[in-house]
Design a protein around this ligand. Structure first.
Ligand SMILES: [Zn+2]
Length: 62
């Protein structure tokens, strides 16, 4: 875990983890659902990791 400001909510935290954000598009009557993974690594606090779709980055942390 890292210290700093969360890239999602901006709070100063000491529980940041490197993640890739997921953009989830719900299925609709004319389009299938999809999930886009953002290549850029962001650092998120625990509450953001609880609330928003993401995957943990496999890159070594700084
Ligand atoms: Zn946050």
């Amino acid at each position: 875990m890292e210290q700093g400001s969360c890239d999602s909510c901006g709070d100063d935290r000491d529980d940041l983890v490197a993640v890739h954000r997921h953009y989830v598009t719900p299925e609709a009557w004319d389009t299938p659902g999809r999930l886009d993974r953002v290549d850029e690594v962001e650092r998120w606090c625990f509450p953001c990791r609880t609330h928003y779709p993401h995957e943990t980055s496999q890159e070594p942390s700084r």
